[in-house]
Design a protein around this ligand. Structure first.
Ligand SMILES: [Zn+2]
Ligand SMILES: [Zn+2]
Length: 235
């Protein structure tokens, strides 16, 4: 069988991490998530880059406090990490969080934002890292902005006119998102074959309970967003 040509590439700022993406993004295509966790996670990676004197590719959808995280979701069968798996570092937004997010050790670029053993059959990538495999142009899908209920008002008001805005995750998506979990044979790209070597890779199939890098309340405060209950209690 001839190897499938990827349609897009996901690359970190320095190029050590590369993933091939086939077809088109899953479900929403792309969304800016304005939830407190996503905003604080963007800030966390960007601060780390600054501290280490590295140039990363931010996941923020804008250069202002409370800007959402630009996410692009891909079915597991449509993505393949071709280099830099060893660069992925997992972090969590609280001790008990079931979600592992990642950045690359090489350049502190946020990369795969949802990726864990018991996760869904898709992975959320940093949209700002994705370019066309043909001509290198950035992936520029129609944007949807979600989780407005939790957004900073000033940030939510900065969204360009014409982009869709939702208080939560739009209901219309649920059949696809749930379908891909419970009836995967309807979605050819969603069947999972887990390579033995990928089992403990953050962002791929790690058990989130084993992730030890945890964001503190201070990060939320500095990012300008609300500190979640789980972290207030942890103080
Ligand atoms: Zn890098
Ligand atoms: Zn979010």
């Amino acid at each position: 069988m001839a190897a499938r040509e990827p349609s897009y590439l996901a690359k970190c700022a320095c190029g050590k991490f590369r993933a091939e993406l086939h077809g088109e993004p899953f479900a929403m295509g792309a969304a800016n998530c304005f939830c407190n966790d996503c905003c604080a996670a963007c800030y966390y990676c960007d601060e780390k880059a600054k501290k280490e004197g590295k140039k990363n590719i931010s996941m923020s959808c804008g250069d202002y406090p409370g800007a959402g995280a630009a996410i692009s979701c891909w079915l597991l069968g449509d993505m393949k990490v071709v280099s830099g798996k060893d660069q992925l570092r997992g972090f969590k937004m609280s001790q008990k969080s079931p979600l592992c997010r990642t950045y690359t050790a090489c350049c502190c670029t946020p990369m795969i934002y949802i990726g864990q053993k018991f996760g869904p059959r898709w992975r959320a990538f940093n949209l700002n890292c994705i370019t066309s495999a043909k001509d290198g142009s950035p992936l520029k899908p129609e944007m949807t902005n979600v989780m407005g209920k939790f957004a900073l008002k000033e940030a939510w008001d900065k969204i360009p006119a014409g982009e869709a805005k939702h208080d939560m995750i739009p209901w219309g998506l649920l059949p696809r998102v749930l379908g891909v979990i419970f009836i995967p044979w309807l979605f050819p790209g969603s069947q999972i074959t887990v390579d033995e070597e990928d089992k403990n890779i953050p962002g791929l199939f790690i058990d989130a309970a084993t992730v030890t890098e945890i964001v503190t309340a201070e990060t939320y405060v500095k990012a300008g967003v609300k500190v979640p209950k789980a972290l207030q209690e942890a103080k």
